[in-house]
Design a protein around this ligand. Structure first.
Ligand code: KDG
Ligand code: MG
Length: 402
């Protein structure tokens, strides 16, 4: 079976998504997610201008060789744009192979080794009481694990808590929204949030928290230590991980489990973190870490070091990435958990999926391939809208990580 074309579909059913549609001479096509939130069109151009021409005529079943070709032919290896394009083609080829052989992709990855993948979702509120109300709502829906975020006194906007977008009209579309960040105020409130949560719900539900790359190693060690009694499932992105060795300091100071890696593009980005067992969970996602092929290489490396995966599953990746994560999730032994943020209804109409959520666990379903159909006519009705991720400034006006 030969690849005849790679088409790129850009759509905005509630938020921007970029999809690669790989077509073959046997009439089977495959779908791959190429969404790089805030820089979407760069990947769309990379796919149509640089990837599509070299893939026409290639064997659609040669997934590993095509993966290597995309990585090595670029010479400028890795990086988010190249890797998102590579990831999309990889997912699409697994989708094609599953459809051609009449099996769900998880069967190609070794078959089931668990009945479902534990999911976590996001509860938040500016006040701790509001965050706890949301947490209780998700527990009632069956979630066994919930990420918990709250507002920080004195800051009008905080990562992970819904903001009032009327405050900076036009931000997001014309320029990045600007938040203020105050580490000291945050470190004052975060332990109180988890103390209140454990007082309210006990220890029957896993709790997670995302620091979003904002602390120094010493600050992260302090926070992790304060949170130990509340037994988090994980503390995520406590420190920016470009400096992997920084996690040695965090690890020496706390036994709170650590998760890192939604921005990782390859095994090289987390090799030291895994090899030295500085983290417990790697957050790499199929769309940003080389597709199913890239994700499998990371998981296989992590397995003997007892590091498990917890794939990034924010709503800014399309349902194709979620489906890929679930085929990987039910067939890969060292999968720990899967993030689940709900897509807008319109996105679920454009991308019709077969995956299900039951009593806290996700399942990819039994449809051949990845189990996603793209309604291209509907997708065409939702035009791309430029949109930026926010940025953050310290109180002295200097930029810091958002
Ligand atoms: O595009 C950025 C988001 O995907 C990110 O902010 C979400 O940190 C995130 C998470 O853990 O889901
Ligand atoms: Mg995160």
């Amino acid at each position: 079976m030969k690849i005849t074309d790679v088409r790129v579909v850009v759509t905005n059913p509630g938020r921007n998504f970029v999809t690669a549609v790989v077509e073959t001479d046997e009439g089977i096509s495959g779908l791959g997610d190429a969404t790089l939130n805030g820089r979407e069109l760069s990947v769309a151009a990379y796919l149509s201008e640089h990837i599509a021409p070299m893939l026409r005529g290639r064997d659609a079943f040669a997934i590993e060789d095509t993966w290597q070709l995309m990585a090595r032919s670029s010479y400028w290896r890795r990086g988010p744009v190249q890797t998102a394009a590579q990831s999309a083609i990889d997912m699409a080829l697994w989708d094609i192979k599953g459809k051609a052989l009449g099996v769900p992709v998880y069967q190609l990855l070794g078959g089931r080794c668990r009945t479902g993948v534990m999911a976590y979702t996001h509860a938040s509120g500016f006040e701790i009481s509001e965050a706890l109300d949301e947490l209780n709502g998700f527990i009632e829906q069956g979630y066994k694990a919930v990420r918990l975020q709250c507002g920080v006194p004195g800051l009008p906007d905080v990562y992970g808590v819904d903001r009032d977008t009327s405050v900076q009209p036009g931000a997001g579309f014309e320029r990045p929204y600007e938040e203020t960040w105050d580490t000291s105020a945050y470190l004052g409130i975060a332990p109180k949030l988890f103390e209140a949560a454990r007082d309210a719900i006990g220890f029957g539900t896993h709790l997670l928290h995302d620091v979003h790359h904002r602390l120094t190693p010493a600050e992260a060690g302090w926070l992790g230590k304060r949170l130990e009694d509340f037994r988090l499932f994980w503390l995520e992105d406590a420190v920016p991980s470009e400096n992997q060795a920084a996690y040695r300091i965090v690890r020496q100071h706390t036994t709170t489990p650590l998760a890192v890696g939604e921005v990782f593009n390859s095994l090289a980005d987390c090799e030291l973190l895994i090899r030295e067992q500085l983290i417990d969970y790697v957050r790499a996602a199929a769309v940003h870490a080389g597709g199913l092929t890239g994700l499998r290489k990371i998981a296989a490396f992590a397995e003997p070091y007892l590091v498990r995966t917890g794939c990034h599953g924010a709503a800014d990746m399309s349902p194709i990435t979620m489906s890929a994560a679930l085929h990987f999730g039910v067939s890969t032994h060292n999968v720990g958990i899967q993030e689940r943020a709900l897509h807008p209804d319109a996105a679920n109409e454009v991308f019709r999926s077969t995956y299900t959520f039951t009593d806290g666990y996700l399942d990819p379903g039994e449809a051949p391939g990845l189990g996603i159909e793209l309604d291209e006519d509907l997708a065409a009705r939702y035009e791309f809208e430029r949109s930026y991720l926010p940025v953050a400034r310290l109180r002295d006006g200097s930029l810091t990580n958002w």
